[in-house]
Ligand binder design. Sequence first.
Ligand code: ADP
Length: 484
Amino acid sequence: MQLKENRLLKNLAYLNGEWTAAREGSTFRVCNPYDGSLLAEVADLGEEETCRTIELARQAQVQWAGKSAGHRSRILRRWHDLILEHTDDLALILTSEQGKPLAEAVGEIRYGASFVEWYAEEAKRAYGDVIPAHGSDKRITILKQPVGVVAAITPWNFPVAMVTRKVAPALAVGCSVILKPADATPLSALALAVLAHEAGFPPGVFNVITTTWAKEVGKLFCTSPLVRKLSFTGSTAVGKELMRQCATTVKKLSLELGGNAPFIVFDDADLPAAVQGAIESKYRNGGQTCVCANRIYVQAGIYERFVAEFAAATQELKLGDGRLAETDLGPLINKAALEKVEQLVDDACAKGARALTGGHSSTLGGYFYAPTVLTDVNHTMDIHQAEIFGPVAPIFRFETEADAIRAANDTRAGLAAYFYGRDYARIWRVAEALEFGMVGINTGMISTAVAPFGGIKESGFGREGSFYGLDDYLEVKYLCWGGI
Ligand code: ADP
């Protein structure tokens, strides 16, 4: 099916229930990273529209919070059903603007929809508490109330799932949301807005601001006293800046920032499973996820066999147009992403690393980089501390469990970690010792709506998914009843 026949394809912002052009008609181009072809010219909004949207979102939020939880739940459920009914249309938009293979895009739509389903259910369970009081004439009750207007800033690597996992819990508890998607991938967010509109969210409850003025719009979100919460997924540097700006209004924050995931393989690991897990964890979305294996540590006794099998499996990956069924890996998102990966590999090779396969950009040209396995890597190389965000797997050799834990924790990031092994006592020890918010044990795939996703250290704070994810959008209010 051609993209232009896709009824979910929109090029206007979605504000207060209306499709809105920029004030002076300004637009920006959204292109397919596969071949650079133009997909849409999208409204490029500015500060004035943002301020107005914040005010309208505040009015809408008060009404929305006044609805019953069951009412909000039913609208979320309709949105979920519509997303699934339109999986193919959404997946085509996603692949066209982001480049990932269509099968992965379909997976992301289902994963994204699962957050809407989960929070349609959790909407009904934002329970308060009754606490035994400190005096016989007193009673203590606890209310959980929506924080208010939420601003959400999302990245380009999961243009659907990063949206739903912020928007669904916020809407479920009675917040309103102003979403600013990445300017590389606004079309998926707008397509979700089409379906949200059809699901019946009232005007102003869910808004999508499309803009290239990220810094200016972001600053307004942070400094507006009407916005009570900012939820951000993106780079650590931008997250730190937003955190500084949010200090001006003491705003509630959730930050999901960069990762630097270690993937450890112990001598007693199930080798085929570990190779398979590493391939999935490393190359999903072309290596462009914040939980991708970034550093692979393999114990000396299994090192040679792991490296041989992992390199062989890497060589089989097929690069190409994400819209074709045979494609395993799409292009990187843009030129800057390609150049960053090139620099990291060049630096490692200049300092003694060896590329068993790849080690250069792909002969396909464009933003394609050849899947690459590096050995003889060490901690002096930039690739050890950088978040690679590309299909490059540096493999380190280690001797003891203590060495592996020390090396794995030697990072300021603390998002995801993985390890493979069978000794149950060691599994406990290592799981407890790893300084990360999420640990995959004998699996390379950890993301699900039913578990809390999030990091520690400089990977941020706040959790998305599961019942924990609801708390990020709720305030706790203590009522002290006297004279009883
Ligand atoms: P990435 O490296 O993944 O593009 P960014 O942190 O640059 O990560 O982008 C993530 C999101 O943050 C995008 O929606 C982007 O437009 C937005 N963004 C980038 N810079 C700023 C900023 N200074 N203030 C607010 N949002 C920003």
